[in-house]
Design a protein around this ligand. Structure first.
Ligand SMILES: O=C(O)CC1=CCC(=O)O1
Length: 96
């Protein structure tokens, strides 16, 4: 199943620059692991916002949850999720 996730990040104002840098580095490491595995298909920055739009391919809602909740910044995000299916008028079979 494909999931469209819109993630908004809310870093607590009390965090030091060092703590923010540490979370961002671990966030990159985790999401790149999922991207290289093929599960995290697209990762786009929303222009002008600390937010992204992602497409994640997961076998179940439980696996989708496992992927997004593995992100260090997960507790500091609001995430809107939609599950996707093929549009009957789509001319391409695959995402890429
Ligand atoms: O949008 C962000 O910066 C948060 C995030 C999610 C996955 C990732 O690599 O960064």
């Amino acid at each position: 199943m494909l999931y469209l996730a819109e993630m908004e990040v809310h870093i607590p104002e009390s965090w030091s620059e060092e703590k923010i840098a540490d979370y961002i580095a671990r966030e990159r490491e985790t999401s790149q692991k999922w991207q290289k595995s093929g599960k995290w298909v697209y990762l786009w920055r929303v222009a002008g916002q600390y937010a992204n739009v992602s497409v994640i391919e997961a076998e179940s809602p439980e696996e989708f949850h496992q992927i997004v909740s593995s992100l260090p910044l997960f507790p500091y995000m609001t995430i809107k999720v939609k599950s996707l299916c093929k549009h009957p008028n789509a001319v391409r079979e695959t995402l890429l």
